[in-house]
Write a protein that binds this ligand. Structure first.
Ligand code: ASP
Length: 347
């Protein structure tokens, strides 16, 4: 009883402290997911909202099913992320953003909180589900990270599904990169004093980079935590650019002693600030709550350098929370009793 009162008290305290930007702390969560920062609210349409919510709900359902069948937290992470990778509405797998050169290069990682084993792939172009490739690297190779062609050959040898690069092409992402190319051309012409008077495009420097990415954190019946993240990266990235999502300690981290974390946002900053590892370190060494740690990193350290992003955290007690310094964060969570929540902005 005393323990529960304490827990509830601490939960309310943490939620109140950061109510302006973060979600509350929810207990008894077995799976939490995100689908990235997403669209600015002004650009969200009712049709898109229905699709995003459906994708998140389907991912939660797939992950929870694995846990209900007695699967591990890793099984739940892989199942949930595969659903989001297959859904063209999110920036991972099919639906990934385009590089500056007009290709889709995908990154993913997964980490097992029990063993601290991890696997990741980066810059892959033909693996249908990069999260499964990341898991295969963790479980079936002696390495942690494989990139490009090596990752693709490995995935092929593991019998994972290989697709034509065109599989990842989607109209909305193509329109998005095409618009950027147009703006860059207009900017270039302007520099040369050759400006097209009729051009209505805004300067590319005024455009917000598009953020997406999907991720999941889970805890299973044995108390084992796991985390995973998968992404197409940032729109208009240079070919060969790798963000934080496949970097263990940046976009993804899990350890049973503290928490499981998956991030989304401006990857270069998440790498430099070792965001997910910084969060577990604060919990471990500063003895703060997961909520306090994630708020410090996202709304303190990253906001301080104008780095946009968010993180979802599931601690070893099954308490789920998120922090964001962005307008939106597509996110959802499900409790052991199957109670599901999906949110996109401040709701
Ligand atoms: N963090 C990802 C990257 O930098 C992008 C995102 O989260 O949207 O590649």
């Amino acid at each position: 009883m005393v323990r529960w009162c304490l827990l509830i008290g601490m939960t309310i305290l943490a939620a109140n402290q950061h109510s302006e930007a973060g979600d509350e702390v929810t207990p008894h969560v077995v799976l939490g997911i995100h689908g990235g920062i997403g669209e600015d609210k002004k650009d969200m349409t009712p049709e898109l909202e229905v699709k995003v919510r459906a994708a998140l709900n389907a991912a939660l359902k797939a992950g929870k099913l694995k846990l209900d069948e007695g699967g591990s937290s890793l099984d739940a992470i892989e199942a949930a992320i595969r659903v989001m990778e297959d859904d063209p509405v999110l920036n991972a797998g099919r639906g990934a953003v385009f590089t500056h050169e007009g290709r889709n290069e995908l990154d993913a990682s997964i980490m097992d909180g029990k063993t601290k084993k991890a696997g990741s792939v980066a810059s892959v172009t033909v693996i249908k589900n990069p999260i499964s490739a990341a898991r295969a690297v963790m479980e079936k190779s002696k390495h942690v990270m494989l990139i490009g062609r090596g990752a693709e050959v490995f995935a092929t040898r593991q019998g994972l599904e290989i697709v034509d690069p065109n599989y990842f092409w989607t109209k909305h992402q193509w329109d998005s990169i095409s618009e950027i190319w147009k703006q860059e051309a207009a900017e270039e012409a302007k520099k040369k004093g050759n400006c097209d008077e009729n051009s209505t495009s805004e300067s590319p420097s005024l455009r917000k980079p598009h953020f997406g990415t999907v991720g999941a954190v889970a805890i299973d019946k044995n108390g084992n935590l796991a985390a995973g993240t998968s992404t197409g990266g940032m729109t208009n990235k240079m070919f060969g650019r790798v963000g934080d999502s496949p970097i263990i300690g940046a976009g993804t981290y899990a350890e049973n002693e503290t928490a499981a974390i998956s991030c989304t946002g401006h990857g270069e900053f998440f790498i430099r600030f070792a965001v997910s590892h910084e969060i577990v370190s604060q919990i471990k060494y500063k003895k703060v709550t997961a909520k306090e740690a994630v708020e410090d990193v996202i709304n303190g350290q990253l906001k301080g350098v104008n780095a946009e992003g968010a993180a979802i955290v599931l601690d070893k007690h099954g308490q789920f929370t998120t922090a964001r310094n962005s307008e939106g964060l597509y996110r959802g969570w499900i409790t052991s009793e199957g109670k599901t929540q999906v949110r996109l902005y401040d709701e």
